[in-house]
Write a protein that binds this ligand. Sequence first.
Ligand code: PMP
Length: 436
Amino acid sequence: MTTAELRAADREVLWHPFTQQQGWQAEDAPIIERGEGCTLYDTDGNAYLDGVSSLWCTVHGHRHPAIDAAVRAQLDRVAHTTMLGLSHPPAIELARRLLAVAPRGDRELTRVFYSDNGSTANEIALKMAFQWHKLRGDEARTRFVYLDMSYHGDTVGSVSVGGIDLFHTLFRPLLFDGLRAAAGDAADLERILRAHGDEVAAVIVEPLVQGAAGILLQPEGYLRAVRELCDRFGVLMIVDEVATGFGRTGTMFACEHEGVVPDLMSVAKGLTGGYLPLAATLATERVYEGFLGEFHEFRTFFHGHTYTGNPLACAAAIASLDVFEDEGTLAALAPKIDLLAELLAEHVAPLASVAAIRRLGFMAGIELTEFALQDRMGHRVTLAARRRGAIVRPLGDVVVLMPPLSMSPRELTRLVTITAAAIAEATGVPAAPAGD
Ligand code: PMP
């Protein structure tokens, strides 16, 4: 099929996520045919720098030889088997490897429960926390505290603990009722727990940075304060590392910046190097032990998907963790994080249409000055960037950069200069001096 035919067919049969379909019909979005390293190629042969790691997940870039080989080798064994009543080597090995790199401190994560996407990994954590209290006879602990502007996924349970009105308010009649705390404000969380502490099963937080909110940063010490408050009020702490996990903030997990270990931790996105759908909810032994004991129907955790712990995905995830070790990904990342900060300061910060730059590690949000909603300025910036050869994604009027950790300094420079030029073009303010 030609590109034109593919586009016509797309318009005829597809319904895209997070997309106004009426607008989509008028857009000629690239149709991606292949990827190599940090570059994507469309069906017309155009190359684009992947500035957002697909959807914040391809941490080692595309077609990494070691991950490709691991998936192929697993294909020669078995592509899928259920984990209900059976087990398989990649699931076992990956669980051990994950626990070995998980954050450690005053407690330890010792159990891995698989699923296949980040929303579900969070729902599993919520259900586990609820059931854990129930098994202890604490029937009153049925509620969850979540943060303003939080994002934990799109399924009904994860939307129930979502704090982004644009995404979540519409569905409010379908959702369970939670307690919303001001983001990054430990005093507000304490106030809520003082008033409702004995009704709360868990607090769920994105650690250090609320990604989908537009890369909002929490003040230093906040995550530690949440940990202390959870312990003080007998509440479990769920940390959602779906976006921040696997090196995104400079450490393997964002919790490590504050020396915090949660009771439950959800991971997805970068887990398989962005290759295949896989997620996991990690639990401490204390949580796990709550489900042990003589046979009782409620000691079963009634949750398991058809593709829970898929072997191909587990093989990709093991290979991705190997790459972290073999290539010293995190050590190589440190100077590139400094470079990204310098490049943003040099090329993006001086633009008159940039209101703020928020960044942690390789997660950056460039907030534009105020434009009317219908101007869709963030979107227009991404179209301008695309014409210049880079894929970036907006969150409203925040332009997000989330490069693969493997991105070279040269590619990073190109990505930031293209982004600056795209902002200048779309918003109509002069570009900063080119540094490419
Ligand atoms: N939690 C966070 C913090 C996320 O950023 C996301 C996805 N952007 C999710 C959960 C949901 O993950 P998934 O899209 O795999 O369901």
